[in-house]
Design a protein around this ligand. Sequence first.
Ligand SMILES: Cc1cc2nc3c(=O)[nH]c(=O)nc-3n(C[C@H](O)[C@H](O)[C@H](O)COP(=O)(O)OP(=O)(O)OC[C@H]3O[C@@H](n4cnc5c(N)ncnc54)[C@H](O)[C@@H]3O)c2cc1C
Length: 440
Amino acid sequence: MRRIYEDAAYHTPASCWWRETAPPTDHPQLLGDHRTDVAIIGGGFTGLNAALALAQSDVAVTVMDTEQPGWGASGRNGGFCCLGGSKLGSATMGKRFGDSERAAWHAAERAAVDHVAAVLADHGIDADRHSDGETLLAHTPRAMDDLRNSVTETRATYGVTPQIIAPEALRQHGMAGAFHGGMTIPIGFALNPGKYHAGLAAAVTKSGAQIFGQSPATAIAPSGGAWRVTTPKGTITADKVILATNGYSSEDLPDWLRARYLPVHSSIIVTRPITPVEQAQQGWTSLQMCYDTRFLLHYFRLMPDGRFLFGMRGGLRATPKAEAALSRTIRANFHRLFPEWRNVEITHEWSGLVCLMRSLTPFAGAVPDQPGLYAAMGYHGNGVAMGSYLGARIADSVLRRAATGPMPAFLSHPPKRFPLGPYRRALLAPAYAAAAFLDR
Ligand SMILES: Cc1cc2nc3c(=O)[nH]c(=O)nc-3n(C[C@H](O)[C@H](O)[C@H](O)COP(=O)(O)OP(=O)(O)OC[C@H]3O[C@@H](n4cnc5c(N)ncnc54)[C@H](O)[C@@H]3O)c2cc1C
């Protein structure tokens, strides 16, 4: 496996809150030679949603993960089940792909949230849901003007009426902090990603699919009209293979993937439960999931048990020095936005890799010239809903049936390579610097 960050980026996080609330299930290692209809590489939300849809259609499915499924971003995220997944502006999307494709994308965003809600309901998964939609908080007065001006477009795009929160009404909404007003879009909810993943894995197993942990795919090769996936202690021969490795992908699994994805760190801190008195001191009592209007945005939410989760982009490197610098920055930003909680203990801190694509849109489709090979990836840090949804949609492609939900055609355009090959993360430093300048 050839991956583009330092080894530390691929270590298990020492202190991730979700692991304490929903310890990962121990799935056996793949031993010996097996045959299956569809092999899925990667056991996060994408891989498991693909597995569930396939197994429910009576297809023999085998999922394998390098570590235990849920070890990647799916077990480390902020739990915002929300709109998003692309970084391409809506207007540009319309110009590039046409209005109906743009509309299909926005319909897919909504369908993705509904898809996760349905998975939770259908399989009786209690994932500590809270928040009525998501709230965007303005970091400057000008950003607040932009939010006000975006109401008509948001209504036209998603068919819902966003609620504007004037600056002076923030405290009344239990959202007092260093913000200049906000806007709530009534789509989406927050969840505990560990519990969602654990429930999903149980549903996949119950539906008849097999899941293996500690089983990294080390080679994928055509073999007599099928595909052979090699792991350290076993092989799987499958008619079809789905790559669901997202930010943890390797340059050589398969070679086609080289430089077509760009992993990027995102980081989170979680506090001890904040008492009602401390919440009142800050003026933050809302369980709404929120993010701010910066390009380099912060995302945060008070959880039902009183703990506060605060996240932002992570470091450019996975060295002890870079991690220490990021740890200082995330704490400083948290304290700047929530000054009354300066002395509240931070009990958990971790990071993980999300995945960007050169097109700024996800990919979910067939790998060109490699019959039977499929991939779904690149949700630009918003894959709780979209990764789950495109996992299910890639199952439609594998089954050669029409998409059973909105699915813009451009998502299946093969991704282009980034410049700079294995050094492509050097592109991030100037991009972050420009974003930080614009955020001032
Ligand atoms: C800190 C952080 C916060 C985030 N917050 C949010 C949020 O609030 N809302 C949101 O929508 N999104 C969020 N995201 C993004 C979201 O978590 C991801 O988009 C989503 O989980 C991607 O799911 P996935 O299944 O495609 O990939 P992953 O969950 O990353 O799974 C990929 C899996 O592939 C496995 N793998 C890799 N290579 C191999 C191999 N060769 N053989 C076998 N297995 C392999 C890995 O071990 C891994 O388990 C966040 C991400 C991070 C890191």
